[in-house]
Design a protein around this ligand. Structure first.
Ligand code: HAM
Length: 420
């Protein structure tokens, strides 16, 4: 059936990469968010909601000149006052901004979680959208490897609460501290510099801006060159190596299964030390479900006090795609009044039943046949049918929709009868 006229169709389409979230999907979203609330409370994380819109600098100055997000993916525009603003492409920079502007440094360590929509101008495909949603958790003001262990353990616990442990695997890496990264950067520039003309165009730019990101390249030609690249591990300072060992040891102690993968470099510039990702084989190319790491320099770089921090985010759409079907929502009771007096009675009866905790579907009009069809369509388990005769005798006719059995019930016994 055509619901909309041809010429209106384009204007009425959702913007590419965005979609309406209905029925089943929204229930899956709710399960993810409920589990997040529950599990985050167990770890002492407080909820935090930051604005969807931030000044562009919040992201531009922090996520990295060479990052895809800043270069190609931000929804940035000038507002009516002439300020450059951006729809947040991630939570971390906004949380760091909120940490500074609200003076939360007095209360460290601050542990917060958030959820909500984000925007990245990416090429849409299964599991990748331009408007998507994340749950995000951050520990701000903790320099110890124990905080990394807690962040990763929280992520693992969350996936477990959603029944996804068997569908995901955890890989971790260390990007080292600033000094290790500087040493490694020099080694990479020397190595990739030799192959400059063979690298992809993107990687040639990365060679100038952030050579570490070349390791992330999916280009076939680049991959051949990457095989022989020096490894970061050989460039760790003693401190960086000790920090990574402590994180691995802590994870072993906490019983979270993981593998070390030197290729986990993450797509944002602010990371140091721990980087981690939970991936799945079930979503095709978009295999990253939950990812994060340590970002000790970010808050200071934004003009705040020196505040080491670690955290992660997970895509709610991707989690929702992996969830098993939820238990069906509670089935309603349908009211089927016949005649004006019963219509009037239906209003107060619906209210009384709802106060007793029963979802009620009140068909808004039509004859008995139409209302019974509607009752079946909305999945009602029972229909309460009543007209003048029932009202006079103080009873209802109760029809069980699964069996078709119909019997009279005294008005004051209805709630009890519906509970059986
Ligand atoms: P990220 O790796 O960019 O990290 O995103 C985290 C997760 O968000 C991904 O693993 C994926 O599940 C989901 N995601 C990302 N882009 C899309 C998209 N276009 N469509 C659907 N899902 C997507 C961050 O955002 C960091 N801020 C995480 C973090 C927090 N690091 C420290 N604290």
């Amino acid at each position: 059936m055509k619901y909309i006229r041809e010429e209106m169709a384009k204007d009425l389409r959702a913007v590419r990469g965005t979609h309406d979230i209905l029925d089943g999907e929204i229930r899956r979203f709710d399960r993810v968010i409920d589990a997040t609330r529950r599990v985050c409370a167990l770890y002492g994380f407080e909820p935090l909601a930051t604005p969807i819109l931030e000044f562009t600098d919040v992201f531009k100055r922090t996520l990295g000149d060479a990052s895809d997000i800043v270069n190609k993916e931000m929804y940035t525009f000038e507002d009516r006052g002439g300020d450059s603003v951006t729809l947040r492409p991630e939570f971390t920079a906004g949380v760091a901004r909120a940490f500074i502007t609200n003076g939360l440094a007095q209360r460290v360590p601050v542990k917060v979680y958030s959820h909500g929509p984000l925007f990245r101008y990416e090429r849409p495909q299964k599991g990748r959208y331009r408007q998507f949603h994340q749950i995000n958790a951050e520990i701000l003001g903790a320099a110890e490897p124990a905080a990394d262990v807690e962040a990763v353990t929280l992520g693992a616990h969350l996936l477990d609460a959603l029944g996804l442990t068997g569908k995901t695997k955890l890989e971790i890496n260390s990007l080292g501290n600033a000094e290790s990264r500087e040493r490694y950067r020099a080694a990479l520039v020397a190595y990739f510099g030799k192959y400059k003309n063979d690298l992809s165009e993107d990687s040639r730019v990365r060679l100038e801006k952030n050579p570490l990101r070349i390791l992330d390249s999916k280009d076939e030609g680049d991959r051949k060159i990457i095989v022989g690249a020096p490894s970061l591990e050989d460039h760790y300072t003693e401190d960086a190596a000790r920090f990574f060992a402590a994180v691995r040891d802590g994870l072993e102690a906490s019983g979270v299964a993981f593998a070390v993968n030197a290729r986990i470099v993450r797509g944002l510039d602010y990371y140091c030390h721990t980087a981690f990702e939970f991936t799945t084989d079930l979503l095709g190319a978009q295999n990253a479900v939950l990812g994060g790491g340590r970002y000790d320099g970010l808050i200071e770089q934004m003009g705040g006090p020196k505040t080491p921090a670690v955290g992660f985010a997970a895509g709610i759409e991707r989690l929702a795609l992996l969830l098993e079907d939820a238990a069906a929502p509670t089935r309603p009771v349908a009211l089927v009044p016949i005649g004006p007096a019963a219509e009037r009675k239906a209003v107060s009866l619906a209210r009384a039943l709802r106060e007793d905790g029963f979802p009620v579907d009140l068909g808004f009009g039509g004859n008995v046949g139409k209302r019974m069809k509607r009752a079946a369509k909305c999945g009602a388990f029972a229909a309460v049918i009543f007209g003048d005769r029932e009202l006079e005798s103080g009873s209802y006719s109760l029809k069980r929709l699964d069996t078709g059995a119909e019997s009279p019930v005294a008005a004051d016994a209805l709630t009890e009868e519906l509970r059986t």
